[in-house]
Design a protein. Structure first.
Length: 143
């Protein structure tokens, strides 16, 4: 499998992920190679077997589902932050299949079906997450 390609353009990191790459791991690895610790991103492309989820607030857990096949990524949005000194992605995606019906949720995983093109904007200084006991989730902490 070919690694992600990336370049800095106009204050942003432009990332191109090839077919077969893990979408989330590809974004993480490109950001790490470029020295980008935190920021926000948008993207589009195609994804195979996306695993989408929604957060069940009462149960305090994600409920996920894999959508078999290749789907268009109509919108990929998220952020890269730090949790206990390690990078962490929080991403949501809207995907559509052959009938053009949209499905959306928290992106838990999936591999690139054709290409995935991502634009990252850096946050400086880096943004951290801290555990929030109310929801049992690591939420952004701005100090």
């Amino acid at each position: 499998m070919t690694a992600a390609r990336w370049a800095r353009r106009g204050g942003r990191l432009v990332v191109v992920l090839p077919r077969g790459a893990d979408v989330l791991e590809g974004i993480l690895s490109a950001a790490a190679e470029a020295g980008l610790a935190s920021g926000s991103f948008v993207g589009l492309g195609a994804i195979e077997d996306p695993r989408l989820a929604w957060f069940d607030r009462d149960a305090r857990e994600y409920r996920d589902r894999v959508l078999p096949g290749v789907w268009e990524i109509a919108q990929l949005t998220g952020n890269l932050t730090r949790l206990d000194g390690r990078p962490r992605i929080h991403a949501h995606a809207t995907v559509s299949g052959p009938d053009l019906t949209a499905r959306a949720g928290h992106l838990m995983g999936g591999t690139v079906g054709v290409t995935c093109e991502v634009s990252l904007s850096e946050w400086d200084p880096p943004v951290e997450r801290r555990p929030d006991p109310a929801f049992d989730l690591p939420l952004i902490d701005l100090g």
